[in-house]
Design a protein around this ligand. Structure first.
Ligand SMILES: *[C@@H]1O[C@H](CO)[C@@H](O)[C@H](O)[C@H]1NC(C)=O
Ligand SMILES: *[C@@H]1O[C@H](CO)[C@@H](O)[C@H](O)[C@H]1NC(C)=O
Ligand SMILES: *[C@@H]1O[C@H](CO)[C@@H](O)[C@H](O)[C@H]1NC(C)=O
Ligand SMILES: *[C@@H]1O[C@H](CO)[C@@H](O)[C@H](O)[C@H]1NC(C)=O
Ligand SMILES: *[C@@H]1O[C@H](CO)[C@@H](O)[C@H](O)[C@H]1NC(C)=O
Ligand SMILES: *[C@@H]1O[C@H](CO)[C@@H](O)[C@H](O)[C@H]1NC(C)=O
Ligand SMILES: *[C@@H]1O[C@H](CO)[C@@H](O)[C@H](O)[C@H]1NC(C)=O
Ligand SMILES: *[C@@H]1O[C@H](CO)[C@@H](O)[C@H](O)[C@H]1NC(C)=O
Length: 292
């Protein structure tokens, strides 16, 4: 009976998920864990997991061009204690007072010998970044991992305001596979996005985007069924559909026309690529929408 249930349930579930396709984008869109910020002139700047942190820009959010990397080859020596050959992860970009602030992680796959660093730049251009140093780190004995940064609140210098740790979400199934956290405020709620399951197994990846919300950035966060994110709560908002495999590594930014935009990567047989969709919060919960 159990296997029959799964046979019946799987196609029904697939039919029920009527997610729109990602927006059509062109150019240099092979990315992983992308983050986008807009500068004062309305130009889009995308940062992605890569060696030395690749910078990809666009005038219209549709055609993307790589302009180089934040660090020159071998320059980011301060990450060598955590990363290999400048392979840096999950940059989180914000444009604050005419300046780019990028938090990024240094680690290796499966390790908690990890750190988060901050870099700043007035121009955003390759080779024009200042290393603002270590923000926080973890060691193999910690039960969390200092990767996938997102700052919600910060003092003037961008360092950690309060060294006491607040847990926001936890899973007890599937090896506790939850990462890619991203906090975004809409109205009176803070929305905690996360990526669940397997990020990086090519076309066998099972990443999917989840959300929980709270009226406070320090929680408690609950999903749409009222389950606390610390007890595995998280409402599915985007998963594998059709040729879009394992969407995840998400971030969120406010586009020029006030469209809250979900930024993520998805897997194809040819690698992982940029996905963009709108988010409609009119019900109080984000619903993925189509973008041009
Ligand atoms: C992407 O482009 C194709 C071909 O032009 C078009 O059929 C499709 O509707 C477009 N998708 C979106 C989400 O705009
Ligand atoms: C790191 O870079 C060096 C020099 O290019 C290369 O020999 C080595 O194989 C690389 N290591 C890894 C783990 O990619
Ligand atoms: C960035 O470029 C400006 C000139 O455009 C220069 O004055 C500044 O020193 C550069 N900063 C870094 C960190 O390279
Ligand atoms: C740091 O956070 C803890 C836990 O949320 C709180 O009890 C404490 O008051 C905070 N300390 C400061 C200086 O804000
Ligand atoms: C995906 O899974 C299939 C079946 O287990 C396996 O043959 C294939 O090598 C896997 N592909 C990747 C990219 O891991
Ligand atoms: C993968 O790349 C090949 C060769 O460039 C191309 O023909 C094919 O359409 C691509 N497939 C997908 C799913 O993007
Ligand atoms: C958001 O969704 C609501 C309810 O489905 C719809 O009425 C509204 O037009 C949508 N807003 C936008 C900007 O698409
Ligand atoms: C503005 O928002 C609509 C969705 O409401 C989207 O389709 C369009 O591409 C957006 N334009 C820009 C420039 O972001």
């Amino acid at each position: 009976m159990k296997s029959l249930f799964y046979l019946l349930a799987t196609p029904l579930l697939a039919l029920a998920q009527n997610w729109p396709p990602p927006a059509n984008v062109t150019g240099d869109t092979a990315v992983h864990d992308p983050s986008i910020c807009l500068d004062k002139d309305g130009k889009y700047w995308l940062f992605t997991t890569s060696v030395d942190l690749q910078i990809i820009t666009s005038e219209d959010r549709k055609a993307w061009t790589s302009i180089g990397t934040m660090w020159a080859p071998g320059e980011a020596v301060w990450t060598n204690k955590y990363a290999i050959n400048g392979s840096l992860w999950a940059p989180d970009c914000h444009y604050i007072n005419n300046e780019f602030w990028v938090y990024y992680a240094a680690s290796t796959i499966g390790s908690r010998n990890s750190a988060i660093f901050l870099a700043r730049s007035k121009t955003g251009l390759p080779g024009n970044w200042t290393n603002e140093g270590l923000v926080t780190s973890t060691s193999p004995t910690d039960n969390y991992n200092a990767i996938d940064p997102k700052f919600p609140l910060l003092p003037n210098d961008g360092s950690i305001a309060n060294s006491s740790l607040t847990s926001l979400a936890m899973r007890n199934v599937n090896n506790g596979a939850i990462e890619g956290s991203y906090l975004f405020q809409v109205g009176s709620y803070y929305y905690l996005f996360s990526s669940w399951d397997v990020c990086c197994a090519g076309v066998n990846s099972t990443y999917n985007v989840r959300v929980a919300r709270s009226t406070s950035p320090s929680g408690p966060f609950v999903d749409q069924d009222g389950v606390n994110a610390l007890n595995g709560g998280g409402t599915l908002i985007l998963g594998t559909h059709g040729s879009i495999i394992a969407p995840g590594g998400e971030s969120v930014f406010m586009d020029k026309n006030d469209t809250v935009t979900l930024v993520y990567h998805y897997v194809t047989p040819n690698g992982s690529f940029l996905g963009l969709n709108g988010l409609n919060f009119s019900t109080g919960w984000p619903v993925v929408t189509a973008l041009e």
